[in-house]
Write a protein that binds this ligand. Structure first.
Ligand code: ADP
Ligand code: ZN
Length: 518
């Protein structure tokens, strides 16, 4: 019988395993229950395709991505492996042919869309098909709180019990709660062997910039990469259209893409992006799972993603071919406010919201990091990195920091003296001594904090508030129009028991820019 290295070479045409692949292949082939967390582009399909050839009978692959399944089936057939798929995209003839091959015991891999599991007929057929392994792609789809939840994924655990075969689950989502949910729902709570591998993508350059003029910033970034394929992620559907328009006016081939478009139009954009060189897609997160183009040279975020996991997945779509690729993420106080209120206004239970705030905080911490971003990012995913990666904006030019304790205390006390009832805009008016109508109506010009912050401009104070929110010292209250209230973490600073350093560059840069429209 062929062994794994021979199959790797002869069937898949690869010279060597990638980091982490071999151990996963061995464990899966040996019939262990496995949970493998691998970054997008890490080569997870090989980790179930190759074991499928080493195991008797047929391996069932559950995947939510029809196009990807069809690609994989085509690729396997070209390599001489008997594979088939049962999805809603099949013709009746295709479906019949797959069932025939299955009952004749001819298939090695059967790809299955999760909806199929809802049918009792499918379950009965599978029971007699000699299934020896279940592989679950995008296993985080079983998480009810995740953005990709697929109700039919909840049936996979049942199927595993019924068939009584090992299960290998794959995902690129690394946070602990999603992992727990996968273990509970797919493995009935019995811990599988877990592999967490290779989150570093050394060919991706990481960079963040405070948002001062997003359109100009994105146009400049794209202009420096003319002719390269890229994705711009936006927070709203409307923005994908205006930004795509602006890019076209600047001479780029650019298309917009969002969940409100016709499925047909969406498919048109996906196809063009996959086949044309140098196209830019300006999209919401709806353009995501299943974007499988290896030579995307850059990913930019015109708006802050919702969490550190979302950030990682989205930038991870660039540079899958291993060649250098660049990323840029813009962030501003409006983003922070929007993301916080989305979390608070969602109907998740309180623990979940707290966790979501935590994931957002992790991203904001990364945005305002003072040293190597790669080190901070990988630390979040449980990997050690020595820093000084040479592939992030902070390693390119380390930011200068200064003791920002006094500025932060002024900002905190402005909030406290006004009953934690106002947003950053009004607090800044107080700090810089700007007598607006609102200030006069509330009598805030007579506060001791009125005008104590004249040493900084409005833009600089906005940068201070951004760093304050980034470190979760204050949070906007969605029930009270985003009024900022102080978290526990702020108290030691206010009491003079702790100091805080701020990045000088974001504050200096703010000095030069015009104040942001509110
Ligand atoms: P993902 O983990 O995102 O599902 P894929 O399984 O699609 O990633 O693999 C990403 C790319 O890496 C594919 O183009 C695949 O052919 C390639 N690949 C996977 N394993 C190897 C390997 N051992 N050597 C070289 N290329 C590989
Ligand atoms: Zn670095």
């Amino acid at each position: 019988m062929a062994d794994a290295p021979a199959l790797l070479r002869d069937v898949f045409g690869f010279d060597a395993f990638r980091a982490g692949q071999e151990e996963i292949v061995d464990a899966v082939a040996a019939g262990e229950n496995v949970l493998a967390i691998m970054p997008t582009g890490g080569g997870k399909s090989l980790c179930f395709q190759l074991p499928a050839l080493l195991r008797p009978g047929v391996t069932l692959v559950v995947s939510p991505l029809i196009a990807l399944m069809r690609d994989q089936v085509r690729g396997l057939r070209e390599a001489g492996v008997a594979a088939g798929a049962l999805t809603s995209a099949n013709t009746p003839e295709e479906t019949d042919a797959v069932w025939d091959a299955l009952s004749a015991g001819e298939l090695k891999l059967l790809y299955l869309a999760p909806e199929r599991l809802a049918s009792g007929g499918t379950q009965r057929m599978l029971a007699n098909a000699g299934v020896s392994l279940i592989a679950v792609d995008e296993a985080h789809c079983v998480s009810q709180w995740g953005h990709d939840f697929r109700p039919d994924y909840l049936r996979i655990g049942e199927l595993r019990r019924a068939l009584d075969v090992p299960l290998a689950a794959f995902t690129a989502t690394a946070d602990a709660e999603t992992q727990d949910e996968i273990v509970t729902r797919l493995f009935d709570g019995e811990a599988p062997r877990a592999f967490l591998r290779g989150f570093d993508r050394p060919n991706l350059h990481l960079a963040f910039q405070p948002k001062d003029s997003p359109r100009r910033q994105i146009l400049a970034f794209a202009a420096a990469r003319r002719g390269q394929s890229g994705i711009v992620y936006c927070g709203t559907r409307a923005k994908t259209e205006t930004l795509a328009q602006a890019l076209r006016e600047d001479g780029h081939p650019a298309l917009s893409y969002h969940g409100g478009m016709d499925p047909e139009d969406r498919r048109g954009v996906e196809d063009r992006f996959a086949t044309e060189d140098g196209l830019i897609v300006v999209a919401t997160v709806a353009f995501g799972m299943g974007v499988d183009k290896p030579d995307i040279r850059w990913v930019a975020h015109a708006d802050l993603p919702k969490s550190i996991e979302a950030y990682y997945q989205e930038i991870g779509r660039a540079g899958r071919d291993g060649a250098p690729a660049e990323t840029l993420t813009l962030f501003g106080p409006e983003d922070i406010r929007l993301r916080r209120s989305q979390i608070d206004e969602g109907n998740a239970p309180p623990e979940r919201r707290a966790a979501d705030h935590g994931r957002l905080n992790a991203l904001l911490g990364l945005a305002e990091a003072m040293e190597c971003r790669r080190k901070s990012l990988l630390h979040y995913f449980g990997e050690d990195h020595p820093g000084d990666c040479g592939g992030c904006d902070l390693c390119d030019s380390p930011p200068e920091t200064f003791d920002g304790t006094e500025a932060v205390r002024k900002a905190l006390s402005a909030a406290l003296r006004t009953g934690e009832s106002f947003g950053a805009g009004h607090l800044i008016d107080i700090l810089i001594g700007n007598e607006t109508d609102k200030v006069r109506q509330r009598g805030h010009e007579s506060l001791p904090t009125f005008g104590v912050g004249r040493d900084l401009s409005r833009g600089q104070w906005q940068a201070v508030f951004r760093q304050i929110m980034g470190r979760d010292l204050m949070r906007p209250d969605p029930e009270r129009h985003g009024a900022l209230w102080m978290t526990e973490a702020a108290r030691p600073i206010l009491r003079g028991e702790d100091t805080i350093r701020l990045r000088r560059d974001t504050i200096d840069r703010a000095k030069a820019t015009r104040p942001q429209a509110k």
